[in-house]
Design a protein around this ligand. Structure first.
Ligand SMILES: NC(=O)c1ccc[n+]([C@@H]2O[C@H](COP(=O)([O-])OP(=O)(O)OC[C@H]3O[C@@H](n4cnc5c(N)ncnc54)[C@H](OP(=O)(O)O)[C@@H]3O)[C@@H](O)[C@H]2O)c1
Length: 318
């Protein structure tokens, strides 16, 4: 049995999910992979907060303690930019592999972090940064490695899809639907990132860079949010047998790569129309196999934790 120690940065929705899922499925992981994962310490901001699943002795407010406490791999689930970048940078400097769920950080400073990791010969896993439990990064990176991607469309934000589903199917107001999404733990701390399309655009950048093998400038993505969609639009969609989805699209044509995140009216037969509530969907078109659709829980505690632990297991194998 290979014993691997994990330093955990953050114990909120996602970090708490890592603790719970490891407790729930640690035996499955050991049986399947021969890897025994344990958490050495957990960074939080408020050590007095109630955390029923967490061993108090592991909790610290000192990021250095987490990164240097004999761990082999660091999991980043604090979110934000400056501190997350500093803590990940320190982990890399100390020669630790990193798994992160932080798409904002990757969209803004991924290139620098990946360079630093390459120099120290460590790796950064980021499956959890896009589409939660759905292993779309692995699909693009390895499953489709022999195929040329011509286009990629997706419903990439669970919160905006949840709101659009409730508004379309139950005529619920925007604010009520957002409040439910927040109570279920899959809205970003700042929900404007979700509903204004920034979160989906950050994920689209990550996916498009993998799909097309080139760096994407975030400012080249056309972004429109869902706040302005009124009830008449949902009535109109229903009258025509359509649904409204917040669609992220990346296509490669003779004019280059075009990228957008915009609300669209879709026929019920469109694969993206079938993604309901917090579900995500990615439809990939390739030269060798045509269209393929992938569905899954795109956010939330355990789905996102499952992607982080999948990365940890992959990193532990190397
Ligand atoms: N929520 C989702 O469904 C989801 C899905 C995919 C990806 N993500 C990404 O996962 C990351 C975490 O999201 P989340 O929803 O889990 O956030 P969250 O619930 O707000 O949890 C953040 C955790 O990090 C701790 N923390 C934050 N800043 C800190 C600092 N400077 N020093 C020490 N501890 C700090 C907080 O401590 P306290 O507990 O003491 O406040 C909390 O435990 C984000 O990058 C987000 O984009 C989230």
């Amino acid at each position: 049995m290979k014993r691997v120690k994990v330093g955990l940065l953050g114990c909120g929705t996602v970090g708490g999910g890592v603790v719970r899922l490891l407790r729930q499925n640690g035996d499955v992981i050991r049986r399947r992979t021969g890897i025994d994962l344990s958490i050495t310490s957990i960074l939080v901001r408020d050590p007095m907060k109630e955390r029923p699943d967490v061993d108090d002795d592991l909790v610290t407010t000192d990021p250095r303690h987490v990164v240097s406490n004999g761990c082999d791999i660091v999991v980043e689930a604090i979110g934000g930019i400056a501190e997350a970048r500093a803590f990940i940078g320190e982990a890399i400097e100390r020669g630790k592999h990193v798994a992160t769920a932080n798409k904002s950080l990757l969209a803004l400073c991924g290139a620098g972090l990946f360079d630093a990791a390459a120099k120290r010969q460590v790796r950064i896993g980021y499956e959890a940064s896009v589409c939660g439990a759905l292993p779309i990064i692995r699909i693009l990176r390895s499953g489709l490695a022999a195929q040329r991607v011509t286009s990629l469309r997706g419903v990439l934000n669970g919160t905006s899809n949840f709101i659009l589903t409730l508004a379309g199917e139950e005529r619920m107001s925007f604010d009520d639907a957002l409040a439910i999404a927040q109570s279920k733990g899959f809205a970003e701390a700042d929900p404007s990132l979700d509903v204004d399309g920034v979160d989906a655009a950050q994920k689209l950048k990550i996916l498009a860079e993998l799909a097309f093998g080139t760096e994407i400038d975030f400012d080249d993505i056309e972004v429109q949010g869902i706040r302005g969609i009124d009830s008449a639009a949902f009535e109109r969609a229903a009258a025509h047998g359509q649904v409204i989805r917040h669609v992220a699209t990346a296509t490669r044509g003779c004019g280059g790569i075009r990228l957008s995140v915009v609300p669209e009216f879709l026929p019920a037969s469109d694969p993206l129309a079938r993604a309901r509530y917090e579900e995500n969907c990615v439809v990939i078109d390739t030269d060798a196999a045509g269209e393929m659709s992938f569905y899954g829980k795109g956010a939330g505690s355990l789905p996102t934790a499952s992607a982080l632990l999948a990365d940890v297991i992959e990193l532990a194998r190397t």
